[in-house]
Design a protein around this ligand. Structure first.
Ligand SMILES: [Fe+2]
Ligand SMILES: [Fe+2]
Length: 247
């Protein structure tokens, strides 16, 4: 394989595409962005070069990693070509379902770890608070998506003409959901900082280690979840709304 040529192809593409679009094109690329801490969900509207500058990582190095990642064959579902109501169903049945199950457990475990080890590391008490706040925010966020925004998107997906929408233009609820994604992203960043990037200290017990492992998993899942909404579902729903004729 001619790596130089690949690198060049990648280069041309990356000049024109945003970080979010790069991941939409090939979901596997999200692993490279996770490794460099480049935000592809809430910060997904940035061009790659901008995102690299913001994170202080070498553009060329990231390009090389992306080219390597692209060389791996993957067999994943293409969320870009999924019908909008199918994509909504997928998000609810995987990401929302996972969060509904996992968030109460994480609240319990983080509280337990804070009680036992908070004396040794006070950041664990703060961590439990952040987990609790994030859990409450996300549960109310998902309820709004499932009761307000997603039913409208499902309706649009089956409409021939623009339906009357209770919340006015679709951009209103979408902006509100994007703002809540930014808040959730901020909580993830705090959790990462409070746990030294989910690295357990030598003395950590199994519960503590399990907590960090599960919080890390939560971060990965939430990044994918927000990416699918911000960079695929929302822009496509807005496009569909704009394309439908009025009565
Ligand atoms: Fe969601
Ligand atoms: Fe959301």
């Amino acid at each position: 394989m001619n790596l130089k040529k690949d690198h060049k192809t990648m280069n041309t593409t990356t000049m024109e595409l945003t970080v979010g679009e790069l991941v939409s094109e090939r979901p596997r690329r999200s692993r490279v962005f996770e490794d460099y801490g480049i935000d592809y969900c809430c910060g997904g509207k940035k061009l790659l070069a901008e995102a690299c500058v913001k994170k202080g990582v070498a553009f060329d190095e990231v390009l090389r990693q992306l080219a390597d990642s692209d060389a791996v064959q993957e067999n994943t579902v293409d969320y870009n070509i999924m019908a909008l109501d199918e994509l909504v169903n997928h998000i609810v049945s995987t990401h929302h379902e996972y969060l509904s199950q996992e968030l109460p457990r994480l609240e319990n475990i983080s509280e337990k770890v804070a009680k036992v080890h908070g004396g040794t590391d006070a950041r664990l008490c703060k961590l439990a608070q952040v987990v609790q706040g994030l859990s409450a925010e996300l549960q109310s966020h998902m309820m709004k998506e499932e009761r307000v925004l997603f039913p409208i998107i499902r309706q649009l997906a089956h409409a021939d003409t623009l339906p009357l929408m209770p919340c006015g233009a679709l951009v209103n609820p979408i902006r509100a959901m994007e703002a809540e994604h930014d808040t959730a992203s901020g909580s993830l960043e705090s959790m990462r900082q409070l746990t030294d990037g989910y690295t357990p200290p030598e003395w950590a017990c199994n519960t503590y280690r399990a907590l960090l492992d599960r919080l890390h998993e939560l971060e990965l899942d939430l990044h994918q979840h927000i990416h699918k909404e911000n960079n695929i579902l929302f822009p496509k729903a807005l496009e569909l709304e704009a394309s439908l004729p009025h009565h």
